[in-house]
Structure formats: C-alpha cells, structure tokens
Write a protein of this length. Structure first.
Length: 240
C-alpha cells in the first residue's frame, strides 16, 4: 500500500507528477512529428489476399481511401485460436472504424491463417472489423511478422528492425503497418511498429495505468485472456 498523506502533501506530489505527464505528452508530440517525417518506400510487389467476399489486392484493401492501417494479428495456419494478446488489442478496434473511415483511414487486420479459420475465430469473438488472410502470399513474411521453419531453425530472425534470437521467436509475431495510396494508384509503405509498439491502441491498458494498482502484472500482459475465457482459469495462456 502506498503512503497515506494529507491532501496538501498529495497535491504537491500530484503537481510534480503533472510536470512529468506534460513532459511525456510533449515527447509524444515530438515522436509523432518524427513519425510523420519518415521517408516512404514504394511497394513494388503485388499482394492478393483472401477475403470473405473473394480475392482482393493490397490496393483493394484501401476501400476507396488513401490511407491503410494493417494490424498483423497472430493467427497461424495451424493455430486453434488467435493469440490472447492480439485478441485483447482487437477488442478495441471496432469502435474506431467509423472515426478512422471519416478521416480517410481504412483499418484492416491481416493473418496468415486461411480465411475460413479467420472467419470462424472472428465470429467466436464477435468482431466486425475487416479481417483478411495472407495465407496465399508473402505479405506477413515481407513485413517481418511471420517466420518459416527454416528461419526459426537459424540463430536469428529479423524482428522489430533488428536480429532477434530465434529461440525467443514464434512462427507468428505482432505488428502494425501503415500504407499510403496516391491519386494514380502507387502504394507506399510509410510505417511499421512491432513488439510493444502498438500498445497505445489498447485503451484498457491506458485506463489500468491510471488505476490504483496499475496493470498489476508480473510480465507483460500476463493477466490477459481472450474475452470469453476469463471464467476458465484452468486454460493455458499460450498462443496456440
């Protein structure tokens, strides 16, 4: 339990924290500006995805808008269910769609599992956001969130912009990528983020950070379950 003090002492401590919070806000603003200033890479490769309404190209996924955000969701071809951490993040996406679409942004979730498995898990979770399969293309491999058996058999895999010990890896890892499509149809890769990078998309964590006990975790998000599994504490917490 934290120290219990008078209101005046608390107020002084809170003002000191406020100064740090403002500093963090200003730092976030600077980071956002640096992110906006990143150079872009033209996407030269053609990707075709399986969707519930047929096959679609990367250009099609923009759905008439100029900006595309892709969440790389950990659900491999042989997995029984989606990663609990990715599922936790995905619980926060549906409410953003109308606002993102109004702001010329399309959000799409991509997994390497076949589309029938994607659709089954999406139905189980009760989600409505667009979710497509990259099972038939190299998209997840090219954006460094999926890894072959041969890659995992080596000493390292390339993840989060650096070589990572393959023993610490998985065949699927999380990430977020952004793309821009210009007036003539050229597509550019503008940004990607991995590991804890997309954490700010998880509103629940931002609320917990302000609760008296915080995230109350012994390791990153170890408390998280799929939202239909919280009553079943006997279930394993692995991704598959």
């Amino acid at each position: 339990m934290n120290q219990v003090v008078s209101r005046d002492v608390w107020l002084e401590a809170r003002r000191q924290l406020l100064a740090s919070e403002k500093e963090a806000t200003h730092l976030r603003d600077r980071v956002n500006a640096e992110r906006m200033a990143l150079p872009w890479v033209k996407v030269e490769k053609d990707y075709v995805f399986d969707t519930p309404t047929g096959r679609k190209s990367l250009a099609d996924l923009f759905d008439g808008r100029s900006q595309l955000i892709v969440y790389h969701f950990m659900l491999g071809p042989d997995w029984e269910a989606g990663c609990p951490g990715c599922s936790f993040l995905a619980d926060h996406l549906d409410g953003t769609l109308v606002h993102l679409n109004h702001h010329d942004v399309t959000l799409v979730v991509v997994s390497r599992a076949p589309i029938d498995k994607v659709e089954a898990y999406k139905k189980r979770m009760g989600w409505n956001f667009p979710w497509v399969s990259s099972f038939a293309n190299d998209f997840n491999y090219d954006y460094h969130v999926s890894f072959s058996k041969e890659q995992l058999a080596g000493e390292t895999v390339f993840y989060n912009f650096t070589p990572m010990d393959s023993a610490e890896g998985n065949d699927e890892l999380p990430g977020l990528s952004a793309f821009y499509k210009d007036e003539v149809g050229n597509i550019f890769h503008t940004y990607s983020s991995y590991a804890r990078g997309p954490e700010e998309l998880i509103g629940t964590l931002m609320i917990l950070d302000r609760a008296p006990k915080g995230r109350n975790e012994s390791s990153t998000m170890n408390f998280v379950r799929r939202h239909d599994e919280y009553e079943d504490t006997a279930k394993a917490h692995s991704c598959h």
